[in-house]
Design a protein around this ligand. Sequence first.
Ligand code: PMP
Length: 397
Amino acid sequence: MEISSLLKRFNEPETLKMAKLGRELRAQGHDVIDLSVGEPDFDVPAHIKEAAKKAIDDNWSHYSPVPGYPDLREAVCHKLKRDNNLDYTIENIVVSTGAKQSLANVILSIVDEGDEVIIPTPYWVTYAALVQIARGEVVEIKSSLKSGYKITPKELEAAITPKTKAFMFSSPCNPSGSIYSKEELEGLAEVFRKYPNIYIISDEIYEYINYVGDHTSIAELDGMKERTIVVNGLSKGFAMTGWRLGYIAAPKDVAKACEKLQGQFTSGTNSVAQKAGVVALTAPLDATIEMVKEFERRKNRIVELLGKIDGLELAMPDGAFYAFPRVDAYFGKKAENGDVINNADDLCMYLLNTAHVSSVTGSAFGNNECIRFSYANNMNNIEKAMARIADALAKLK
Ligand code: PMP
């Protein structure tokens, strides 16, 4: 008896693996600081919790329509108009069990065997796995620290072939924190206008966690909305990771396809979370703004502390809650026990076992030179973790 070949085509998410290893070490009594996870360490704002409690009392306990309750899809349209000046109707919206499911729906709806999906590196772990599940081909565009981990229109055009089906990216980016400005997106859009058959999957889940100004969605640019699938969700901006609410705004045929797929996989997502989601998406964003202020304080501190560690090189993150320093200056060095650090995977494990700080290897994001630290942890832990990392790295010879 054998497990299917599908399972051999992709790996367990490295982010979840590191969190698991950290928990195991903690269970053995070690004081592990977790800088591996991608979730805000904040509570859900009170008005959203109240809406969920009311939804329970009002007996919103039944199956919902597969693409989500109409009032939630209306609220998504309201949000897209309010924040992004995008006009959609509820036929364009499909709500799912997290943006992760939204992305899975989209990839399985548009990618056939052999289709190419262009993904700039570094990218969120799940992108490549989803394309592999759909039997598509991942085409990476390598970006570097020098370019602020963003690609140029020329690099985009060079990666396009007759088999290109989609381009998938996140801005703000997990893991680099880079944000494409409106002008930079316009440069990419100009290339796309020459190739009308390529879908753009724009993951905007970190939209609100932005330290440099206005967020632009590529869907706002001329001719782009008709071919862009905007992916977003409530996990990051409202600290609602466990509530599992994500959504897409897409051309109607893609939305229909996602609905059909979701109808066989999960049906509509959690009814109570959906009702709370209506409030989250339509109420003022004060709690989010406060949270982002705190993230910015931590970002400044972690950048300052990483900057003091020899050999680490960092692009200033513009958004999200990650620092993604280059660590390759340490490759080839030896730990006190004689182990050689050959790559970012080894360095991550070394930091976990020696400094008791969990992080995520860049290789999980298609980048072999960096590691990712999440600063969704309190300032005290961030400072303690950076001191331990500095000590551990200084011991590498
Ligand atoms: N996109 C990106 C870039 C992410 O970092 C995450 C969460 N780590 C997601 C999508 C998925 O979020 P969720 O499924 O919680 O909505």
